[in-house]
Ligand binder design. Structure first.
Ligand code: T3D
Length: 265
């Protein structure tokens, strides 16, 4: 698929979506949003995709909203832009799409992930970063509130004290500390980062992906459910997955002492 602001391809079940505006640290504008929608449609429609890897080209992951995009620029003499519209039209659907994707998602962060770029990474199921990477809740620096799910995910992962500190102070959080605080899964040495991401992606692609997606759904639902509701949800998912080909394969492989061959169904 040909795009101007992203790159997209799939090899051996691993779909890789690369934000590609390196001259602006992959800042997101309306054109990139449009291409992201097309790429995520492709992921959703292509049964050969088993995992989505989200990464950035050049020296960083993503600097968030492109602040020079006319769609968000204040033009003296005219009405200020309605950022709520931008969020509702572009960012909220984007993070919802990731949360509802039919395959697991892996964010591979190098360099900086700032503003909505940080939220975008944190909207993936598993987030890894190179040791030199950092996360910046840049919103407060320009008078905004964390969006793209930032206010949802931050307190859940790091607790209220750290979430508010990060969001209000807008300080750079180094990847190793992000891992220590539980904001991300792991920080890998820069030299090994690319190989670690490839290995993790291949491992996810070979996993029982339907069960992984149900796991994501159950964990997200826990934020709003009572224990009784959550137990019922788990029972329903177990009922469904207990009839899946992957479950049968997993048990057969265990009994036969051989590696399982999961297909995501
Ligand atoms: O629609 C809405 O506004 C609502 C949605 C909002 C969601 C948000 O994401 S709000 C937060 C927006 N993002 C930011 O505020 C971050 C702005 N960028 C920075 O603070 C810094 O660039 C970084 C900390 C990310 C990186 O710093 P550094 O020193 O490594 O790089 P740099 O020199 O600042 O940036 C390199 C180039 O990218 C530079 O262009 P130039 O001078 O070489 O032509 C810079 O202007 C450009 N760039 C970086 N971030 C953005 C950007 N251009 C447009 N928009 C950006 N967000």
């Amino acid at each position: 698929m040909d795009f101007d602001n992203i790159r997209y391809g799939c090899v051996d079940g691993v779909a890789r979506l690369t934000l590609h505006r390196p001259e602006r640290i992959n800042a997101i504008d309306a054109a990139m949003h449009a291409e992201l929608r097309i790429a995520l449609d492709a992921v959703q429609a292509d049964a050969s995709v088993r995992v989505l890897v989200l990464c950035g080209a050049g020296r960083g992951f993503c600097a968030g909203q492109d602040l020079a995009d006319p769609a968000v620029r204040f033009d003296p003499g005219s009405q200020p832009p309605d950022l709520g519209d931008v969020v509702e039209r572009d960012y909220a659907p984007l993070v919802r799409r990731l949360a509802e994707l039919r395959v697991p998602t892996l964010a591979a962060v190098h360099g900086v992930a700032a503003g909505a770029g940080a939220s975008l990474a944190l909207g993936c199921d598993i987030v890894v970063a190179s040791r030199s990477a950092s996360f910046i809740q840049a919103f407060s620096r320009i008078g905004l509130v964390p969006d793209t799910g930032g206010t949802w995910v931050l307190p859940q992962r790091v607790g209220m004290a750290r979430a508010l500190g990060l969001a209000m102070l807008g300080e750079r959080l180094p990847a190793p500390q992000a891992a220590e605080w539980g904001l991300i899964w792991a920080a890998y040495d820069d030299a090994a980062f690319s190989a670690e991401v490839d290995a993790l992606a291949a491992r996810l692609a070979a996993s029982p992906t339907r069960a992984l997606v149900r796991t994501r759904q159950a964990m997200h639902a826990a934020a709003r459910n009572t224990l009784a509701q959550q137990l019922a949800l788990e029972a329903g998912f177990m009922r469904e997955l207990g009839r899946s080909a992957d479950y049968i394969e997993g048990v057969e492989a265990f009994i036969a002492k051989r590696p399982p061959r999961f297909r995501g169904d």
